[in-house]
Design a protein around this ligand. Structure first.
Ligand code: FES
Length: 124
């Protein structure tokens, strides 16, 4: 018996916005009008390509890489793309999600995306 298939990807799009006048940067910003449209654009493109059931967009709050925003995290793979634009979303969908190849020039820098620490080594 086959069940409903799992999504191949979850696409976590940070939708955190800072209040006006807040010095901290945020992924959805009044200073960056395009940043306000990216979540909707992502969902629309996934729908138009017919892959939204298997590449599922998820709105999240802050992913703690605000300086690099707008950011999107793709799982599996722990792949974080930064300074997101509509143009970048197009390539990420075509090359990563459909083509299976990470778009390396849009990745977060290693200096702010070091290897994860296993929870077992931190647990008290
Ligand atoms: S506001 Fe998006 S990572 Fe913090």
């Amino acid at each position: 018996m086959t069940g409903i298939p799992q999504p191949a990807f979850y696409i976590f799009k940070c939708q955190q916005s800072a209040p006006p006048g807040m010095p901290k940067p945020s992924c959805v910003s009044q200073n960056n009008p395009e940043s306000q449209e990216l979540m909707q654009y992502l969902a629309q493109q996934l729908m138009m390509k017919g892959i939204i059931a298997t590449a599922q967009p998820v709105q999240t709050s802050c992913l703690n890489r605000c300086q690099q925003g707008p950011v999107v995290l793709i799982e599996p793979g722990h792949t974080m793309y930064v300074n997101l634009t509509k143009e970048k979303i197009d390539r990420i969908i075509d090359e990563h999600l459909i083509g299976g190849k990470v778009v390396s020039e849009y990745l977060i820098d290693d200096s702010v995306w070091g290897e994860p620490i296993p929870p077992a080594s931190m647990a008290r």
